[in-house]
Design a binder for this molecule. Structure first.
Ligand SMILES: Nc1ncnc2c1ncn2[C@@H]1O[C@H](COP(=O)(O)OP(=O)(O)O)[C@@H](O)[C@H]1O
Ligand code: SF4
Ligand SMILES: [Mg+2]
Length: 360
């Protein structure tokens, strides 16, 4: 979403992968009396998401658990089809249906998952995992020496050196951080343009997270990769990402360059996220407890702004109409999907009527 008035430095770099109005509803299987009903209920996990990933840039997608981050990544990776909207690679709509087309697409767009234990097969060595990736994507060369060189290159790129110390190890012989590095090396075996990293460090010890994040940053710089970095930790987005997008209940609610979004959050939800994130520079007493309320049901989400039941600033318009992204003039590309930044007047600007529970 590039709604801001001033183009950011990153907006001048090439867009590699983009989502345009990306939407995913998961139908719920009917049970009991529902079988008679004509309507099928659905989990509305991702709604109308616009996102651009640029060459040599890290874009963070931040939000609490269940906000739709992994679904966005899986849609971008074409692991399942979108309900509506489009995914475009270099401006061309992506069609990855069928195994040949999917393979061709995944050569260019690779994904790294949260759990390096689950993503590596315990009965196979590092050599097996990396060789398979190199061969599938046609990067294994034509001789045994070519393959050895390619394996050594991959391990060196993810700083598992000397390569011969790691190449014949089984996953259980490696630490969590080393395993995640092998998963990254395997993704690099495809020689991709895009890395979609879904909470790549959240299952690792705090002490080794920084090393893996620095590795990803180094790769985006050296290989000019477009990286999507998914996290629930907005503080790490500031440190690691060039641009940051915030998701709430399936929608993107704010975006812009990371420094602006994290230092001058405009959307009440982003403000809540930042206020409740642990901050070493702030006394514990000042930290809030994560605010009031819970994320809404995605089966029947609130009308209008999905944050309205939790928002201290909610107005009548918020309970009725979805806020579009409004530009905020304080940073490059900064926008917030919030009526506070629109021209709201009259009855629309009044507090919403109390809910029936509050009246009773
Ligand atoms: N395959 C699926 N079938 C049904 N619901 C799903 C499926 N995958 C995710 N969801 C639902 O979609 C919502 C968003 O999930 P997810 O994208 O995993 O969020 P996040 O990664 O932000 O935690 C959740 O309510 C989740 O239960
Ligand atoms: S649109 Fe309304 S309810 Fe939503 S965050 Fe802004 S003020 Fe709050
Ligand atoms: Mg997730």
């Amino acid at each position: 979403m590039t709604t801001g008035t001033t183009p950011s430095a990153s907006e001048t770099t090439e867009v590699v992968l983009e989502a345009d109005g990306l939407t995913k509803h998961f139908p719920i299987r009917k049970r009991g009396r529902e079988l008679l009903s004509r309507t099928t209920r659905a989990v509305r996990a991702v709604e109308d998401v616009d996102l651009r990933l640029r060459r040599g840039r890290v874009t963070a997608l931040v939000g609490e658990s269940g906000s739709g981050k992994s679904t966005v990544a899986r849609l971008l990776a074409q692991l399942y089809p979108q309900t509506s909207g489009a995914v475009r690679l270099h401006g061309e709509p992506v069609d990855a249906r069928g195994s040949r087309r999917f393979r061709a697409y995944s050569k260019r767009v690779q994904m790294i998952f949260q759990d390096p234990f689950a993503s590596l097969n315990p009965v196979h060595t590092v050599r097996y995992h990396l060789t398979r990736a190199l061969k599938i994507h046609g990067n294994a060369g034509s001789s045994a020496q070519d393959l050895e060189r390619a394996l050594a290159d991959l391990l060196t790129r993810v700083q598992l050196t000397p390569p011969e110390r790691y190449v014949d190890k089984f996953p259980h012989e490696l630490s969590g951080g080393q395993r995640q590095r092998v998963a990254i090396a395997r993704a690099l075996g495809a020689d991709p343009e895009v890395l979609l990293a879904d909470e790549p460090v959240s299952m690792l010890d705090v002490s080794i997270r920084l090393g893996v994040l620095n590795l990803l940053r180094d790769l985006k710089e050296r290989l000019r990769l477009a990286v999507l970095y998914i996290t629930h930790d907005i503080a790490s987005a500031r440190y690691f990402a060039d641009e940051t997008f915030v998701m709430y209940a399936g929608r993107v609610v704010e975006g812009g360059d990371s420094e602006t979004v994290t230092q001058r959050p405009a959307h009440p939800y982003t403000q809540l996220l930042i206020d409740s994130a642990p901050d070493p520079d702030r006394p514990a007493a000042e930290e809030k407890d994560g605010g009031t309320g819970e994320p809404p049901s995605l089966i029947s989400p609130p009308a209008g702004c999905r944050f309205n039941p939790r928002c201290p600033h909610a107005m009548r318009v918020c309970t009725r109409e979805v806020p579009p992204p409004f530009p905020i003039d304080d940073g490059p590309g900064h926008f917030a999907a919030c009526w506070l930044y629109g021209e709201v007047t009259g009855a629309d600007a009044e507090k919403p009527r109390a809910s029936r529970e509050e009246v009773l």
